[in-house]
Design a protein around this ligand. Sequence first.
Ligand code: PAF
Length: 277
Amino acid sequence: MAEWRRQGLKFAVLPTMGALHEGHLRLVSAALHRADRVIVTLFVNPKQFNSQADLAAYPRTEHEDAAKLAPLGAHILYAPDGAEMYPQGFATTVSVSGVSEGLCGAYRPGHFDGVATVVTKLFLQTGADLAFFGEKDFQQLHVVRRLARDLDIPIEIVACPTVREEDGLAMSSRNTRLSPSQRQAAPKLAAILLDAVARIAGGSPVDATIDEARSAMAAAGYARIEYLELRAEEDLAPMHRFDRPARLLVAAWLGETRLIDNVGIPAGQGVIRPAAA
Ligand code: PAF
């Protein structure tokens, strides 16, 4: 990397936990488009799992991941082990307040501290100019932007749109855990989100629309809904009226698999109702 820097090359980092799918591969392509050199990191970060069972069940497919990356032309696959990343005596946590609270932060205590700590390390270890993240983990994107800004890390955070299966299901390493019948039910989540977003953009009241979407999710087999909330695109502030660019974000369980998704509503779309007097 020092040599790349000496040569004046621009380089990008793409942090992953492996189990790569098309969504990751699109991030690699986007990174190759913007940077001269691309580093893909692969580290299943124990610090961001708040359940040992979830950590143990996380798919580990390092050889397949390397094979998927090879034809794309990424320059380095960096796959440290736990002791390299967190050597004996490691005692530092990067904790971002504000944007990491609520949503996933409320249901996965310590998760964003783990993400912020490892991402900070990866930024500093690689010294990359650019870092690529998917919008599917929208709250994570905000956490990462905040930490880079607050810690004066000179890196541009580039957000890439969520990549979906043909039936609308957001791609995720966790989708492999769905049974065939759950896999059939899974895309209803995106369909319900899109319908709710269209209605909110068209002027339907936010809270009532969300209540209806929750009922539709329950009917589709999502027995446990952690959250379904409208938040401001800019700073994730809770919204009960659609009066600025927004995101509808969801986390819910299908059997033993936790799925997250989100859809944006740009400003100027549909009717913006004035506040009641
Ligand atoms: O999004 C992920 O896969 C992880 O949270 C990340 C950013 C690689 C940090 O471990």
